[in-house]
Write a protein that binds this ligand. Sequence first.
Ligand code: SF4
Length: 716
Amino acid sequence: MQIDEAREVRTTCPYCGVGCGVLAKVAADGQVTVRGDPDHPANFGRLCSKGSALAETIDLDGRLLHPEIHGRQTGWDEALDRVASTFSQTIAEHGPDAVAFYVSGQLLTEDYYVANKLMKGFIGSANIDTNSRLCMASSVAGHRRAFGSDTVPGNYEDLELADLIVLVGSNLAWCHPVLYQRIAAAREKRPEMKVVLVDPRRTMTSDIADLHLAIAPDGDVALFMGLLAYLGQHNALDRAYITAHTTGFGQALFAASKLDLAGIAAATGLSEDELVRFYSLFAATAKTVTVYSQGVNQSSSGTDKVNAIINCHLATGRIGKPGAGPFSVTGQPNAMGGREVGGMANMLAAHMEIENPEHRDRVQRFWKAPDIAEKPGLKAVDMFKAVADGRIKALWIMATNPVDSMPDADAVEAAIKACPFVVVSDVLASTDTVRHAHVRLPAAAWGEKDGTVTNSERRISRQRAFMAMPGEARPDWWIVAEVARRMGFTEAFSHVSPTELFAEHAALSGFENDGARDFDIGAYAAVDAQAYDALEPFQWPAPSPGAPLWPPEGDAWARRPEGPVRFFANGNFYTPDGKARFIAVRPTVETRTSPDYPLILNTGRVRDHWHTMTRTGKSSRLSQHIAEPFAEIHPADAQRFGIGDADIVRVSTVHGEALLRALVTARQRPGSVFVPMHWTDQFAARARVDALVAPITDAISGQPASKNGAARLERF
Ligand code: SF4
């Protein structure tokens, strides 16, 4: 697009899944300023600390500006030819499953779409997975089991309309700050609104909670099974809804009823009094939203946790109604967009199923694809194991840093180092992953490229360029399409703009879609460059382009006249019989601690940093909030291990160790240690905490259990 430096450009924050609208402006001297977009329905002008500091993170220091092969600067033609020929040769010699793409929730939907199309339709393998696997794969799996589709039924507005918000495994105040602000503002207007926080730690989010349940790690399935049983025992079920719109209730209730209150108390580490306070509040409050995040998803029982929560909402008919529903909030800016295009190894494009022959046939015909992947590919943890044991011989990593962010990160680094051919497209020249690439491809960064992202409430917003691409940097979609053409797939990858990719993606979502599939933005298939440039944020399923989205003036928090899109308002789900499924889950609290590793290791985020700090680490303002990596330890454990506040401690697991500053606080649960995931060796020596995390995953979703490992502590 034409860069107009005189005006403010409407774009979207590249950090968390709230998806806040941002107004960016470039002054005549090149200085960039950002502010919240008052007209964006996710944030209505608000930004958190990370969003506010975006302008401090976009300098060219450390940028990868030219393609490189084995560290030698080269031109695009040679680099792209090398990638295409090596991938083609590897496929010819070893088959399509010998290659893989590891992509990212940081990619824009158009990037994601074209990468998925190349791998699943033209290479003929499903070996494309994403760092979103680490973020919300359990929610995807839980939705599909319950609803027959990966549908997030919640809207942000529901958080303001609810009388009870249950936050499970979510430090919303730090990880989705603008949503937290929206809840805080709503609560100020309606003090009768109640908030329950379910989290092993007392976090900043506790400030807003009427009840904090400091649950034992992975006690969530038992907690919500107990709730289901309580609802049954206290005449709090919506029997008419259950009969009309669901199946499997009897089995789920039977499984839940096997646990008595004492058993649930033992499994959750909560008192019976705390349990009854929560259960009675839930039972009595029709307008309840249960918000869940990584504390639910990042678990070996993550999918069961999601379904245990959804079971309680189905049992009370609290779904698809204003102020009621289960609501998974995504971590990354475009985790949802990735799901829409099928950017996960076990999904097909446009929310179609890779295991479904009709869906495969439909996608293959739409793409005019020579091969379509016939079975799910390798999920992230298994993908890097396949790299390690030599099954994958050519790997392309886009916009992510697995050497620092994958579980068992040292093993992942060793696998990448040993892989015969590694391509990395990134904006930076020297992340811990880029360093190991045979071919480095300079990608355009936030503010330099155009595309769309989808936030946690299914709202599609434009990211727009407001700066020129530096050096030879190019958008990821362009890089992938160029490689595809060089692999011989000329016609199918003839796109010359993100507009064309978005239109094709929209057309596929509406292709032979008679309402049997949830994701449908087919109304946008005819979008042209002008309409794409002017695209307003909209939620899917989309009524029509240009429909009014919210009042142009007036109360910033006002609702759209027609209200938000409501999935399941009519009780129709995407299963063959149109009914939602109860899942008879089982409480599976796994004890991983041992005499050698007696503490539970829990990883997570801090307020002012993002992922491996490649962007936020550039802002001294953001680094001031928490200046160094830490280990949060309960005073009793500190005493037990002879550790004082601010000591340097060694945190070890069977997989690795890190040196961190001890933060001794009663906010922590006894027996657990919390460590933030952001710091890498670039920012602090020996602080890569994902090197400590075991590569244990949920059997259904493949999501790693990053919040319940086993560790030991010692003073360094
Ligand atoms: Fe960006 Fe999330 Fe902060 Fe909004 S809440 S400004 S999307 S990091």
